[in-house]
Design a protein around this ligand. Sequence first.
Ligand SMILES: NC(=O)c1ccc[n+]([C@@H]2O[C@H](COP(=O)([O-])OP(=O)(O)OC[C@H]3O[C@@H](n4cnc5c(N)ncnc54)[C@H](O)[C@@H]3O)[C@@H](O)[C@H]2O)c1
Length: 346
Amino acid sequence: MAREATAESTVSHDAAAPSSGPRRAATVMVQAWPPGSRQSADDVTRHAFRPGRAAGTRRRAAVHPRVRRDQERPRIRSAALLEVAMSLKTKTAVVTGSTSGIGLAIARAFAAEGANVVINGFGKADDIEAARSAIEAEYGVRAHYSNADMSKPAEIETMINEADKAFGSVDVLVNNAGIQFVSAIEEFPAEKWEQIVAINLSSAFYAMKAVIPGMKARGWGRIINTASAHSLVASPFKSAYVAAKHGIAGLTKTAALELATHKITVNCISPGYVWTPLVEAQIPDTMRVRGLTKEQVINDVMLKGQPTKEFVTVDQVAALAVFLCSDGASQMTGANLSMDGGWTAQ
Ligand SMILES: NC(=O)c1ccc[n+]([C@@H]2O[C@H](COP(=O)([O-])OP(=O)(O)OC[C@H]3O[C@@H](n4cnc5c(N)ncnc54)[C@H](O)[C@@H]3O)[C@@H](O)[C@H]2O)c1
C-alpha cells in the first residue's frame, strides 16, 4: 500500500504541474519560433544542447527578434542542463565488475562524460586491455584496470587506494560486480552462497567503507549500487542472489541516510533482465533445473514477467547512472530505481 500511495502522489504531482522541467523548455521553444520558419524546434533543441558551446552564445544568434523575454527563459534552462551533463569532467569513477556487461557500459558512459575511470573484473587479459585502451582512445580520458577480487576485502581496499593515488580522488563508486547461481535451496552449494553474498553484497560495504572518508573530505560523492528487480521481488532457485540484492537495497538506504548531509548520494539501480554474459550464462542451468529449452527459458521464464517483452539494454542502465551523477540528481538519495520493463509494477 505504501508503494501504491507513493506512485499515486507522483502522478498527481505531475498532473498538477504539467509544465515543469525540460518538457516546458521544449514546448516553449516550439512556440518561440514563428510559423513558416525554416529552423525546426529540433534544430533549436540541438543547438541548445550542443556540448562545448558557451551558454548564451548560440541563444543570442538563434532567437527570433520577435521572441519575448519570458520565452527566452527556457533556453537558460537548457544551458543549465548542459552543465549537468558536463559535471563528470575532472571526476574519477571506480566501477566494479566492469570488464563486461552493465559495468563496462557504465564505465564507458562516464568516460564519455569526461571522467577518468577504473575498470575492474575478470576476463581474458587481451580483451580487458582492449576495453581499457578503447576507453582512453575514444574519450580522451585515463582508464586504469584493477584485477581486485570483490570477494576479498583487502583487495577492494587496495583498489580504492590505488585509484586515489593515481587520480587524486574517487568521486564516484559503482558497486556493480555480481554473479549468479541457480539451484534449489537444499542443493545450493554452501560455497556458492558465500561467494554470491561476498561479491554481490559485502563487496559494496567494503568499497563504500574505503571511499567514504575521501568523499566526505571533498564534500561530494556519488555511490551507485547495481541491485536488481530481485532486490524487490523474488524468483525461485535464486536464494543467494535474491538475498544479496535485497541486502544491497537496504545497505543503499542506510548509507544514504548516513551521508545525506555530506553531498554524497547513494542510490541503487534495479534492472530487470538485461542481455549480458551473466544472463546468457544462467540459461543452461535454468534449462536443467526447470527442464526447458533455451527458447522457453528466454520467453517463458526471463521475459515472462517483463511486460515490455524486451530485454533492458546496458546503455539504458548506463544512462541512468550518468544522470545519478549529475547535479540534477543531487536530491535523489536512498532510492531504488527500477528499470525492468514494468516487471515490479505488477
Ligand atoms: N544482466 C541482468 O539481467 C541483470 C539484471 C539485474 C541486475 N544485474 C546486476 O548487474 C551487475 C552486472 O551484471 P552483468 O549482467 O553485467 O554481468 P556480467 O557477467 O556481464 O558482468 C559481471 C562483472 O562482474 C565481474 N566479476 C565477477 N566476479 C567478480 C569478482 N569476484 N571480483 C571482481 N569482479 C567480478 C565480472 O568479471 C564482470 O566484469 C550484477 O551485479 C548483476 O547482478 C544484472
